[in-house]
Design a protein. Structure first.
Length: 225
């Protein structure tokens, strides 16, 4: 049995879309699909239930407008993340995404990627002001960006994809330390701390969600309290 705060933690960022595994373990959340593969993935799916999907937008603010006009048979789009193309004006790029996002379903999660580049703090400020969520790539040291997002109360996903359960645990512990100032001495966070973590952490993209879920289970993480 999976702790409720761990439900949907792992997003499937692999090139293989295996929808059966999205629901067989409560740790598994959405599939992550680039916008240029959406039609092919949608055609290749079967089964009675729509598959939750987070879209990687490759077309900037214009790509968000195009997404608003697309319809799918099997995929259920729950979120979209887009990179900020103008690295010399990250705040302006974030603001343009926010304007385009107003054409989307208000229930759709819109995330901007916060790069490790000069001026990223302004992009965080824009996300907070515009009610956007964020994405942070696990490259180098993501802790400063994670801390800024948590302080601004901007929810985020971690992308990469993250390769191992060990790294998933390390990232959760980093977030726990930022949120509460302490990390569990041994084992996973307790349910209360877990819920505080997940109020900010929307998900972690991994290449092999079933394998990472099993590795976490082997460590005793998905325990029912």
């Amino acid at each position: 049995m999976v702790d409720s705060w761990l439900t949907g933690l792992l997003d499937d960022a692999s090139a293989r879309i295996e929808p059966a595994k999205i629901t067989e373990n409560g740790l598994l959340g959405s599939v992550v699909v680039p916008d240029d593969r959406l039609a092919a993935v949608d055609r290749g799916l079967d089964g009675p239930d729509p598959v939750p999907c987070r879209v990687i937008n490759t077309g900037g603010a214009g790509g968000l407008l195009a997404l608003s006009r697309r319809r799918f048979e099997r995929l259920r789009v729950t979120g979209v993340r887009t990179g900020l193309r103008d690295l010399d004006d990250l705040a302006g790029a974030a603001a343009r995404v926010a304007v385009a996002a107003r054409e989307l379903d208000p229930d759709l999660l819109v995330m901007i990627e916060i790069p490790d580049a000069p001026g990223w703090q302004r992009a965080v400020e824009t996300a907070e002001l515009e009610g956007l969520s964020a994405a942070v790539r696990d490259d180098g040291d993501p802790a400063p960006r994670l801390e800024a997002l948590i302080e601004a109360d901007v929810p985020f996903v971690i992308t990469g994809p993250v390769g191992t359960a060990d790294r998933v645990v390390e990232l959760i512990m980093i977030i726990a330390g930022i949120v509460d100032g302490t990390v569990p001495a041994d084992g996973p966070p307790d349910p209360d701390q877990g819920r505080r973590i997940r109020r900010r952490l929307l998900g972690i993209e991994v290449e092999s969600p079933a394998a990472v879920a099993q590795q976490l289970a082997d460590r005793g993480w998905p325990l029912d309290h």
